[in-house]
Design a protein around this ligand. Structure first.
Ligand SMILES: Cc1ncc(COP(=O)(O)O)c(C=O)c1O
Length: 431
């Protein structure tokens, strides 16, 4: 039995998949609020030019420039697809389980796939600095890395509740030369408005996005890079699903169920969208399941126009949202704690193509299943990725009850080497 498929350099996909022309109905465009200046017209000042073009592209396939392909190779692509044979045995399930190893990454996660593309385009456009938000810290580290290898400076606004417990990831970003602020921070006008009222404000991704945007708007040599949600970000991430499709061919298998964790939607979209394309165009019957937290079950919110950030600097996006000013409790899988969700995934959810499950805020069940995965398969997953694992194990156990030989594919978006205090605090490893 095959346990792993490792592709070669020659198998690296040379185009990203853009699902927009294949969607069951046109994607609702970004919109302005009734009052105030036009956010839509301001988009060229907020975004990298090539990314803005890609955001609205109707081309099915976008060539990946040679410079970005080289960066992908250096960042360890293509990445393996594993068959979880040990886990299957332990669960005594008839299901066949496969996982994609996005933890094979210099900074620890899938986030480098778009960080490298965005920095490469920003450099081509003549920018000298990129600014951004980060929740888990994985996106901030990925952008710090991509900035370093493309010769840009990088400023990161990091949700304070996570900044406070992930000191090693802070050192990682600093080693890569990034300037890092706990958000809300006194470094921006908007951040100050919240920070002055409460120095211990836990922050949120929506707030950190507002700070990063304000910073880049004030410096003509800087641009903003977003780590999730937007169409072009998900498109860059389709490299994950496109590689996985080739790997499934070699395994001579095909997924019945595709699972991943979901914050703004970039790793879920990147893994799932090529398979969604097969459902929409080739009549495949694959199902899709997004694993979330009950503190931020954004795909279970309301499908409506809402801002992507707290300070309302961005246009409004048609998406499933909990409300852009909603307070959400911190969790260890904090990268999942975002109020909204990618418009593409929101439309697919609205059309009944994607389903969602949300796990309790105490995260115990999630981390216990991640531990079981570690004991059997050996990999330590990021807390966010633990939600993918948990969901896949729960589904595999259902198959044990029904006897169904379902093929379950899940994405492990990152490693947890720098997240051990999170595991300790949920599982109580000291005792
Ligand atoms: C390892 C990891 N996985 C998943 C996520 C969730 O983000 P997204 O939904 O954009 O993949 C994050 C966010 O920080 C993350 O760090």
């Amino acid at each position: 039995m095959k346990h792993i498929v490792i592709l070669t350099e020659n198998d690296l996909p040379t185009q990203w998949y853009n699902i927009i022309p294949d969607l069951p109905e046109p994607l609702p465009p970004p919109r302005d609020p009734k009052e105030g200046p036009s956010r839509v017209q301001n988009l060229p000042n907020l975004m990298i030019g090539e990314c803005l073009k890609q955001e609205f592209s109707n081309e099915n396939w976008i060539d990946i420039p040679g410079g970005i392909l080289d960066l992908y190779l250096k960042a360890g692509r293509p990445r393996p697809l594993f068959r979880a044979t040990n886990l299957e045995k332990r669960l005594d399930t008839p299901a066949r389980l496969y996982y994609k190893g996005e933890f094979y990454s210099p900074t620890g996660s899938h986030k480098v796939n778009t960080a490298l593309a965005q920095c490469w385009y920003a450099k081509q456009q003549g920018f000298e600095r990129v600014t951004t938000e980060t929740g888990a810290g994985q996106w901030g580290t990925a952008l710090a890395y991509a900035s370093a290898v493309t010769g840009l400076k990088c400023t990161v606004y990091w949700v304070r509740s996570v900044y406070n417990w992930k000191k090693d990831r802070l050192y990682f970003m600093k080693l890569l030369g990034a300037d890092v602020h706990a958000s809300p921070s006194p470094a921006t006008e908007f951040g100050r408005s919240l920070y002055d009222k409460n120095h211990d404000h836990v922050g949120s991704l929506g707030i950190a996005i507002s700070e990063g945007l304000e910073d880049s708007q004030k410096d003509p040599k800087a641009t903003y890079a977003l780590g999730s949600v937007l169409n072009h970000v998900l498109m860059h991430q389709t490299i994950i699903g496109l590689e996985s499709q080739k790997q499934f061919e070699i395994f001579d298998d095909y997924p019945d169920l595709v699972i991943s964790c979901l914050g703004g939607g970039s790793n879920f979209g990147g893994f799932a969208l090529p398979f969604v394309g097969d459902v929409l165009k080739k009549g495949k019957k694959t199902k899709f399941l997004a694993a979330q937290s009950q503190v931020a079950p954004n795909l279970q919110g309301t499908y409506q126009y809402d801002f992507a950030d707290y300070a309302e600097i961005t246009p409004m996006l048609k998406m499933y949202t909990l409300g852009h000013k909603t307070d959400m409790l911190p969790i260890k899988g904090d990268g999942l704690r975002y109020h909204g969700c990618s418009p593409i995934l929101s439309l697919l959810r609205h059309k009944g193509i994607i389903d969602t499950i949300a796990y309790p805020a105490d995260e115990r069940h999630v981390f216990e299943n991640a531990q079981l995965f570690m004991e059997t398969e050996g990999w330590l997953a990021a807390p966010e990725s633990a939600y993918s694992i948990c969901c896949a194990i729960d589904e595999a156990l259902k198959c044990r009850e029904t006897g169904e030989k379902k093929v379950i594919a899940f994405n492990i978006s990152g490693h947890g080497f720098l997240d051990l205090p999170g595991y300790e605090s949920v599982l109580g490893l000291r005792s």
